[in-house]
Design a protein around this ligand. Structure first.
Ligand code: ADP
Length: 247
């Protein structure tokens, strides 16, 4: 969210956004499950210009041991942006933003994972942002959830995520970088659709109460569409295995 250059319009008179989308349209999303050989589970997501890899290890023994919980597994998340993921080279390593995003992503995923099944272990999730174009936390959650499923970790539901925001005074779905920069607000949401649980809800910028509710509803709709794509990606992976076994 920054000052918008004079005269820049994010939505034109015909209702089209700068990348050609309508107000309630998602960016193009591609998902692939089981893409890394050495991780227990993995997924790759392209979401507009975002490119994100997620890898899962575990459940496995924790080091250092004092972090062990006697009655359940712990979930650890590292969200990281590659130096080449943004226009100005990003200084490598953790910064305030990535530490915070790691924490909120952990909070978004934790309610889905049945941690009690694996006492004294850890489940480690690595999210690597290879290319960033706004919405990386929701794309990261979406990828990580697929990687958990791919690792065979029992879950109550998949976690699907999406953001909605406000641009040129109107509520719109799934802001890209330009819209995030020059828009008025962004509201990322993560859900577990089976029980309609919300596991992440944040707001950046300014909205009235009515606008906030409209944005949340729209983001949930977007996340439900993302959920269908996740299910398709998982199904595709298992179809491939069935075919291979057949051969
Ligand atoms: P999200 O990616 O979840 O929307 P933010 O709102 O914090 O999270 O970031 C929005 C976008 O700003 C990112 O997706 C990325 O394109 C860009 N961005 C974030 N951090 C940096 C950085 N250190 N340098 C350049 N661009 C960045």
């Amino acid at each position: 969210m920054m000052g918008k250059p004079e005269g820049l319009k994010l939505i034109d008179e015909n209702g089209y956004r700068l990348d050609g989308r309508k107000k309630y349209e998602l960016r193009k999303i591609k998902m692939e499950v089981g893409v890394l050989k050495s991780a227990d589970g993995s997924a790759y997501v392209e979401w507009g210009k975002n490119k994100i890899m997620a890898a899962v290890y575990g459940p496995r023994e924790i080091h250092p041991k004092h972090l062990q919980k006697p009655d359940r597994a712990i979930l650890r998340v590292r969200y990281n942006m590659a130096p080449f993921s943004v226009e100005e080279r990003k200084k490598p390593g953790p910064d305030r933003r990535s530490v915070e995003i790691s924490k909120v992503i952990r909070g978004a995923l934790e309610p889905a994972v049945i941690l009690e099944l694996f006492p004294r272990t850890s489940i480690d999730i690595f999210i690597e942002v290879l290319q960033a174009d706004a919405g990386t936390r929701v794309a990261g959650i979406t990828a990580a959830s697929l990687a958990l499923a791919d690792a065979g970790i029992p879950m109550k539901d998949l976690v699907a995520a999406c953001a909605a925001g406000k641009i040129d005074g109107e509520i719109a779905l799934d802001l890209n970088k330009e819209e995030d920069n020059y828009g008025e607000a962004d509201v990322p949401v993560a859900i577990m659709p089976i029980k309609n649980d919300i596991t992440l809800l944040q707001m950046d910028g300014y909205l009235t109460k009515e606008e906030f509710l409209e944005a949340v509803k729209l983001a949930i709709k977007g996340a439900k569409a993302v959920y269908q794509k996740q299910r398709e990606a998982l199904r595709e992976k298992y179809l491939k295995i069935v075919e291979e076994v057949g051969e």
